[in-house]
Design a protein around this ligand. Structure first.
Ligand code: FNR
Length: 389
């Protein structure tokens, strides 16, 4: 059969799988432990149905929303992904450029393959910065202040503080495939890269693999020569006061990423968070955590009248975006979907992924008889009847 090229995010997932060595695929697509939470993130959307009204004359013309004072023409932004240069050597630079071409923004990870300065230089608009509250392995000093200063100077407008990584999640697939810095190579693993010359060429020529902020912190590429580097920087001892301190270091809007509990959401807002990103890290941390969508309504009920609430995890279709917005999210983040696009086709792939979302959202709203994403509310969704398995 003649191939029509990717039409859905699921198509991009298949293309990315073909494009990437098994080890990198395990990193991008894997979840923690059994993958229960990762799978449930997607399945949770299927547990809701959409209400449609006919003959309204509405056709989904308004998709804009505001995140961190920035007007987005699409209620979908790029959630932070570390070491994005593993998927494609242009990494976060290509992803951020694609985001702005689509009228949205990227959140650039502390663990990104390009530094905040390099991404800023490659883009026209200001993006958002994601902070891991890490501590230096050499001096024991918190690195947050240093990272924050750099992101501010480089023009980033909002800070997302990720709080769901007190320790690394147990990613079985990554461990089985020897994923680490440096990777544990076997003949089979090397072959899996060698049979993908396009990937291998970009990777070897540009070597954009590492968490660049860390490289620079220790002044040398050798800084990332240990598979344990990142683990050694993680802080299981952080408490709410630490979040408050970080909040006070940033002059602009601060969002807390990795919240699943309404009580935690409330605490963060009391400490000055300007919004909450409901997330279980794409099911890469605590396996057994609830699906992000299932955690959303209680958080919205608790803090939604005070601050915007965002969601990421399992968003793969326009209908998913509409369901999350109907349940109270102001905008949603995508992680793997844009990394699939990047792996398959670089910047053009990410642009197409965002275009697929745009078209799917417009079509969904038109079929529902809704004109503006801002009009979506809980009356537009209903629990699906239990289905036989
Ligand atoms: C992530 N995520 C993540 N989050 C974060 O705050 N900092 C990071 O460096 C990373 N790194 C990262 C790498 C990869 C390969 C993935 C897939 C994810 C989590 C990410 O921001 C987001 O929460 C999830 O990806 C959302 O789930 P979906 O869209 O991938 O299902």
């Amino acid at each position: 059969a003649r191939s029509e090229g990717p039409i859905t995010i699921a198509d991009y997932r298949r293309s990315a799988r073909r494009a990437l060595p098994a080890m990198v695929w395990a990193y991008v697509d894997g979840g923690a432990e059994t993958g229960l939470t990762m799978a449930d993130n997607c399945a949770a959307f299927d547990r809701w149905t959409l209400r449609s009204r006919v003959l309204t004359g509405n056709s989904g013309t308004k998709l804009d929303t505001t995140v961190a004072g920035t007007a987005l023409s699409l209620p979908v932004f790029l959630s932070p992904t570390g070491m994005t240069g593993l998927a494609h050597w242009q990494g976060e630079r290509a992803a951020a450029r694609a985001a702005e071409a689509a009228g949205t923004r990227a959140v650039i990870s502390t663990a990104s393959s390009y530094t905040v300065e390099e991404v800023a230089e490659a883009t026209a608009d200001d993006h958002f910065f994601q902070l891991y509250p890490w501590t230096s392995r050499t001096t024991g000093e918190p690195l947050s202040g240093k990272f924050i200063d750099r992101a501010r100077t480089a023009g980033y407008t909002a800070l997302f503080v990720t709080v769901d990584v007190p320790t690394a999640g147990n990613r079985i697939g990554e461990r089985k495939h020897g994923m680490g810095i440096p990777p544990t190579l076997t003949p089979g693993r090397a072959l899996s890269a060698a049979v993908r010359p396009r990937w291998a060429y970009g990777f070897l020529r540009h070597q954009r693999i590492s968490a660049r902020m860390l490289v620079d912190e220790r002044g040398t590429k050798a800084a990332v020569a240990s598979a344990r580097t990142q683990q050694n920087l993680l802080r299981p001892d952080l408490v709410w006061d630490d979040f408050g301190r970080i909040r006070d270091l940033w002059p602009g809007p601060v969002y807390i990423k990795g919240i699943l509990d309404a009580e935690d959401a409330c605490r963060a807002v009391d400490l000055g968070a300007d919004g909450v990103l409901v997330s279980n890290h794409g099911g890469r941390q605590l396996d057994g955590a609830p699906a992000a969508l299932d955690a959303l309504p209680a958080v919205v009920d608790r803090v939604g009248s005070r601050v915007p609430v965002f969601l990421d995890g399992g968003v793969r279709r326009g209908t998913d975006v509409v369901k999350a917005l109907a349940l109270g999210a102001t905008a949603v983040g995508i992680g793997r979907p844009y990394v699939y696009g990047l792996a398959a086709r670089g910047q053009a792939g990410v642009e197409h992924v965002l275009e697929i979302f745009r078209q799917e959202i417009v079509r969904t709203l038109t079929l529902m008889g809704v004109d503006d994403v801002a009009d979506l509310n809980r009356s537009h969704v209903q629990r699906a009847a239990a289905r036989p398995v």
